[in-house]
Write a protein that binds this ligand. Structure first.
Ligand SMILES: *Cc1c(COP(=O)(O)O)cnc(C)c1O
Length: 406
């Protein structure tokens, strides 16, 4: 048997993480992906590019984000000490800005002035519009008509930030249709336009590049943890939609074999209901396939039609998962579990009441797993949760779900 490749050398030059990843796209966009790969690989090693990114993070994004000891949650659960990496305090309210600013800088490097993006809940659209306003780039965001209705405040935010939001009326008028429309635009305008993808997904080099831009989370958290606690965490956990905030915190710990890495998918209404986005948990409907340019686990019907997914958190509601996660799971380096909508709502409220932090519903999925695991560990053990975003955007959803009056 050949030795598996070292984690730090992944993906390979064709963009594969083991059997996952690669490039499954129309031929017309291959030159743009080649250009992006070349530009990115140079920028990656360019001290000037990294210094500019670092400067923007310090002076604009609000980095480093703090590491918070969750004292009351820890005492309440009785067991492992729980720490939170506070991406909710990053500018625009979540980790997504880390990637958006990185790719916007890269766009400038390629002498392109036009950025397109697609968005479901609007969070990635807002982060992209923010980065474009900062750097003076034209910004067009594709969004399904149904999602625009559901996420009006984010549509308004994007417009305030100077972006053009284009309604998509094809198909189910949601995220996957917006992605198709964005790809169509890219194929037509590829010479002048960068497609700013929002998660660790899509064709090579996106999963690599997005991971790198998000890995600032783990680099900071690892150093903060060592300084504060004097040792590495026993467990690192994060929610997994496309997989960018999780891979961003996992990456710095990948070679620390004693640190458990746990990704939490959206369990929705439970695995048996098949109404969820737990791509690794439901063997009935999730199989290896290709979607939106990459090979990974995909929720699909028997004849390969993409399944509708469900999650109380829009950011986790996606039928596929980043290819590096599929690989980390395959080789046993990371573990994956899921949290249901109901469990998530409980964890959401616990964090509000015990820590004074209103988390994004996505992030609350990771808190569910900490609540389950902490009491089984001892008080000299530690859990680090990536709190990917803040929950202001979710207040209506929570009010409705809890049947509360505002
Ligand atoms: C978009 C989003 C996610 C899910 O995306 P990943 O790429 O899996 O990180 C998680 N948390 C928040 C707050 C988000 O906005």
């Amino acid at each position: 048997m050949t030795k598996p490749p070292s984690l730090s050398s992944l993906p390979d030059t064709r963009g594969y993480f083991g059997a996952f990843g690669g490039r499954f796209v129309p031929e017309t966009v291959i030159p743009a992906l080649e250009e992006l790969t070349d530009t990115y690989l140079v920028a990656r090693d360019d001290a000037e590019f990294q210094a500019e990114l670092d400067h923007l993070h310090r002076t604009y994004t609000g980095r480093p984000t703090p590491l918070t000891y969750a004292r009351r949650l820890t005492e309440h659960l009785g067991g492992a000490q729980i720490y939170l990496k506070r991406e909710d305090l990053a500018h625009s309210g979540a980790h997504k800005i880390n990637n958006a600013i990185g790719q916007a800088l890269l766009t400038r490097r390629m002498n392109k002035k036009r950025i397109i993006a697609e968005t479901g809940a609007g969070q990635h659209g807002v982060a992209t519009a923010t980065a474009c306003a900062l750097l003076g780039l034209e910004c067009i965001v594709y969004m399904g008509r149904v999602d625009m209705e559901r996420q009006k405040p984010n549509v308004f935010r994007m417009r305030l930030l100077g972006a053009e939001v284009r309604a998509v009326d094809s198909g189910s008028r949601t995220l996957k249709d917006a992605i198709n429309e964005a790809i169509r635009d890219w194929v037509t305008n590829v010479e002048t336009t960068h497609y700013l993808l929002g998660s660790a997904l899509g064709p090579h080099p996106y999963p690599l590049m997005v991971r790198d831009f998000q890995s600032v989370i783990g680099r900071e958290a690892r150093a903060q943890f060592l300084e504060r606690v004097g040792q590495l965490p026993d467990v690192v956990m994060a929610c997994v939609g496309g997989g960018s905030n999780s891979i961003g915190i996992f990456h710095a710990f990948r070679d620390d074999q004693d640190v458990r890495l746990i990704g939490v998918e959206a369990g929705g209404r439970g695995i048996d209901s098949h109404e969820h986005a737990a791509r690794f948990a439901d063997q009935m409907i999730a199989r290896v396939g290709t979607l939106h340019g990459t090979k990974s686990y995909v929720m699909q019907t028997e004849d390969g039609q993409i399944m509708e997914t469900h999650s109380i958190s829009a950011g986790l509601d996606y039928p596929s998962i980043g290819p590096e996660h599929a690989y980390l799971r395959d080789i046993g380096r990371a573990e994956y579990t899921h949290a249901t909508d109901e469990e998530t709502l409980e964890a959401f409220q616990s964090l509000c009441k015990l820590e004074g932090i209103i988390p994004a519903l996505e992030s609350a999925h990771a808190v569910v797993e900490a609540i389950k695991l902490a009491p089984t560990l001892s008080a000299d053990q530690t859990i680090l949760i990536n709190l990917s975003g803040r929950g202001d955007k979710d207040l209506d959803t929570v009010l409705q779900a809890l049947d509360m009056e505002p």
